[in-house]
Design a protein. Structure first.
Ligand SMILES: Nc1ncnc2c1ncn2[C@@H]1O[C@H](COP(=O)(O)OP(=O)(O)OP(=O)(O)O)[C@@H](O)[C@H]1O
Length: 264
């Protein structure tokens, strides 16, 4: 599919070519119960960029990512990946969930978690060959976790756990990486290691989208921002969209002006 049929507010159908966008949302509304938590969101992720999804607690950032991944079915609206359906492109998308959402007591070794990133390549028979073990070690090395391959995941620090899940995403060799708060609760060394890998991916032409909380690092880390507070509050390059006005509109009085003052 190369064009997407969309209904405008007045009910007219328009056609839009979204093949150049690794991820696009149009009119996405998500509800967990009777009340929608994300309202009619349009989002267009540009290929080869790093986008920060920012907004206050409870703004719907994680919900938006889950809807983008098909983990939650939107009440209304459309999600396209490279202009096509999500199901046909799933292998090209890697997801690093919020650390808090994972059961770390599950008895599994670090190398097995990373091997999960290869499950499509392993096929139905799951025959693990030397090249697969080598790939796992290569990905662990890339995030500085090569010495922990045999460790139980429950015996890792928060930052180490986050690196292992990034290694799993790397093993998948995806084109689009969606990360939910990759820097939450990690030390400075881990944060630096993660951002280095993400920038390398971007420089290889991959697309990175991360839910991000620390407004003080947005300009250093990201090319683009998407602002949300239940609704889309802004989207664009960091220079154009990460402005004091947009932050005030998105966060209201909940943010210190000191942080907002950092934005242009
Ligand atoms: N499984 C769920 N069932 C019901 N309500 C939920 C569920 N998950 C999230 N919500 C609600 O939906 C709203 C959006 O939550 P979401 O986790 O997407 O926000 P967020 O912007 O990622 O927040 P945070 O920055 O605190 O992580 C919140 O009001 C939250 O309480």
């Amino acid at each position: 599919m190369t064009a997407v049929e969309l209904a405008t507010d007045n009910g007219q159908m328009v056609s839009e070519n979204l093949t150049g966008s690794p991820l696009a949302l149009r009119g996405v509304t998500v509800s967990y119960g009777s009340e929608p938590v994300v309202f009619s969101v349009d989002m267009t992720i540009e290929a080869g960029t790093m986008t920060a999804i920012i907004g206050p607690n409870g703004a719907g950032k994680s919900t938006l990512l889950k809807a983008a991944l098909g983990i939650i079915k939107p009440l209304a609206g459309r999600v396209t990946t490279w202009g096509g359906s999500l199901d046909s492109q799933r292998a090209r998308i890697a997801y690093v969930p919020q650390r808090a959402s994972i059961d770390w007591d599950f008895p599994t070794q670090v190398r097995d978690v990373v091997m999960m990133g290869l499950f499509r390549e392993l096929g139905l028979l799951r025959r693990v060959r030397a090249k697969h073990h080598a790939k796992v070690m290569e990905c662990l090395t890339r995030v500085g976790m090569q010495d922990f391959a045999d460790r139980q995941i429950g015996q890792l620090s928060g930052g180490q756990q986050q690196r292992v899940f990034l290694a799993r995403a790397l093993a998948q060799e995806a084109d689009l990486y969606l990360l939910d708060e990759p820097f939450a609760g990690v030390d400075a060394a881990t944060e630096a290691a993660i951002i280095t890998v993400l920038k390398e991916l971007r420089n290889e032409g991959k697309t990175v989208v991360a839910v991000h909380h620390d407004l003080s690092t947005v300009e250093d880390y990201f090319d683009r921002v998407f602002l949300i507070n239940r609704r889309r509050m802004g989207e664009g390059s960091v220079e154009a969209a990460f402005t004091q006005d947009a932050l005030h509109a998105t966060y209201g009085g909940r943010l210190g002006d000191g942080l907002i003052a950092r934005a242009g």
